[in-house]
Design a protein around this ligand. Sequence first.
Ligand SMILES: CC(C)(COP(=O)(O)OP(=O)(O)OC[C@H]1O[C@@H](n2cnc3c(N)ncnc32)[C@H](O)[C@@H]1OP(=O)(O)O)[C@@H](O)C(=O)NCCC(=O)NCCS
Length: 171
Amino acid sequence: MISSLTVRRIAADQGAMLRELRTAALREAPYAFGETLEQALDEKRETFETVAARQAISDSSTSFILYTEGHPAGLIGAYFDDRRMAFVCALWVAPAVRHLRGGELLVNTASEWLAEHGATEVHAWVTDANRTAMRFYERLGFGPTGEHERMTRAPDEWETLLVRHVPRTHD
Ligand SMILES: CC(C)(COP(=O)(O)OP(=O)(O)OC[C@H]1O[C@@H](n2cnc3c(N)ncnc32)[C@H](O)[C@@H]1OP(=O)(O)O)[C@@H](O)C(=O)NCCC(=O)NCCS
């Protein structure tokens, strides 16, 4: 079963799939993300097509898609911010395939891509109330940076910045 899970970088023509996965994530786990489902649904379809086309070739921002038996079943974003800090974001695995290490495969694949582009640390913002994601990231070796912020979507909720060191792949 585990071997049926694969991860591939987004392709330029996968805008519709990106939209489908992102809206499925926001519908199923709205507590986990800063963006709301309404915001994602308000985006034009062409926006997702533009994002996919850019992310398929960009050196600073991309997405990876999890597949089970060829069907899309999860998503993660990876990007560098203006200060070249590396982040993973928007992680989601469809409920039917959880606990099969799909989340781990997504985080590790995204981390490898970031490391190949120069990252030595990978960061992730996690909502404090999302205990599952906290445990998940801790199990993968992420720890707190000490940075803690109110969420824009819900100012009474907080999120914590986690970090994991990654081995250098390039000198
Ligand atoms: C967090 C998430 C991506 C994990 O995906 P996954 O494919 O199940 O992850 P893995 O199989 O690689 O690892 C699962 C591990 O995470 C933790 N975990 C996952 N779900 C859990 C749950 N419901 N309760 C407790 N721990 C959980 C455990 O450590 C678990 O290990 P186990 O399966 O041996 O018990 C998935 O639960 C998810 O999509 N949740 C909703 C969206 C979300 O919270 N995204 C994170 C935003 S920061």
